[in-house]
Design a protein around this ligand. Structure first.
Ligand code: ZN
Ligand code: ZN
Length: 305
């Protein structure tokens, strides 16, 4: 299986349109070594031979940047007059940076969307969802039950040759739904995805704690939103702590660097907020995570397991 990181930034992207933090200023000005990043998304595909027009890709999360992400990724370009190699979209939660792109994928293209019932209910509450329901079968919703692996297929039922298992991750309801529903373990999930009976990749891009069992996968993409618990306060950007936003920081005794030290899989931070100093090559924080064996995802990064 092959994975292509479509977007490696947290909500807001890098640079963030209304942010004048030192890193956003530097990347906006094109300072050497800093790379622009779009919002969280990753594409998975089986490496087995498939027909030219076969559905090949499952996309995890559908960010507001999806159109430019597709444009930047040759493998996702149409292979016929009306065609997409994207067979399925999997949502890990209902945050806007993970779902807004759905409303850009109209153009009468049938879509298969995999999400937990709770995440799907949140999307159905939006009046915009009607733009995806203009004809019978435009959206085929397939529920993801926790810890029950499913074989992915496109809207027409053609298999992608990929299997995914969703597992609960401590998180929170999307900001726009807080106070409008009871929190559920299905609100925020991680995914283990792979070809059947082959190595898997775990994707846990939003997680409130690093006390999670992530053994058994060949590679792990993990929440790299914040380096420090009080990162936004230090920069004078917000009073919110990382935990207020349900993201475990990298640093500290409860941070992912310490807690996931024994995970032997290839480890990659993604969903990186524009304030996180690991975005700056040569920073102490970047050197610290690399010395601990972690990689830092970037848009266009490809890995194979
Ligand atoms: Zn996000
Ligand atoms: Zn910034």
């Amino acid at each position: 299986m092959r994975a292509i990181v479509l977007g490696s930034a947290a909500g807001g992207g890098f640079p963030q349109w209304n942010c004048g933090c030192p890193s956003c200023v530097a990347v906006r000005e094109g300072r050497a070594g800093l790379e622009k990043r779009t919002q969280d998304s990753i594409a998975f595909t089986s490496t087995e031979g498939r027909g030219e027009l076969a559905p090949r890709f499952a996309i995890v999360n559908c960010s507001p940047d999806i159109l430019s992400q597709i444009q930047a990724t040759r493998a996702l370009w149409p292979k016929a007059a009306r065609h997409t190699p994207i067979g399925a979209i999997i949502l890990t939660n209902g945050d806007l940076d993970h779902v807004l792109g759905l409303f850009s994928l109209r153009e009468s293209q049938p879509l298969a969307i995999y999400a937990t019932e709770s995440v799907w209910r949140g999307i159905e509450a939006s009046v915009f969802v009607r733009t995806l329901k203009r004809f019978e079968g435009q959206v085929v919703f397939r529920p993801l039950d926790l810890d029950r692996p499913v074989e992915l297929a496109n809207a027409a039922g053609e298999a992608l040759g990929l299997r995914v298992r969703a597992f609960a991750l401590p998180g929170k309801l999307p900001v726009h739904l807080m106070g409008h529903g009871e929190p559920s373990p299905e609100d925020n999930v991680g995914l283990a995805i792979g070809e059947p009976h082959r190595p898997t990749i775990a994707y846990a891009a939003a997680c409130a704690t690093a006390d999670v069992d992530l053994a058994g996968d060949s590679a792990l993409f993990f929440d790299g939103t914040f380096y420090r618990e009080d990162e936004l306060r230090r920069l004078g950007l917000s009073e919110s702590l990382a935990k207020d936003m349900a993201h475990v920081p990298i640093d500290g005794p409860e941070g992912s660097l310490a807690k996931l030290a024994s995970v032997t899989a290839r480890k990659i931070y993604t969903h990186i907020n524009n304030t996180n100093p690991i975005l700056v090559p040569g920073s102490d924080e970047r050197r610290t995570v690399e010395a601990a064996g972690w990689e830092v995802a970037f848009d266009g990064m490809e890995i194979e397991v």
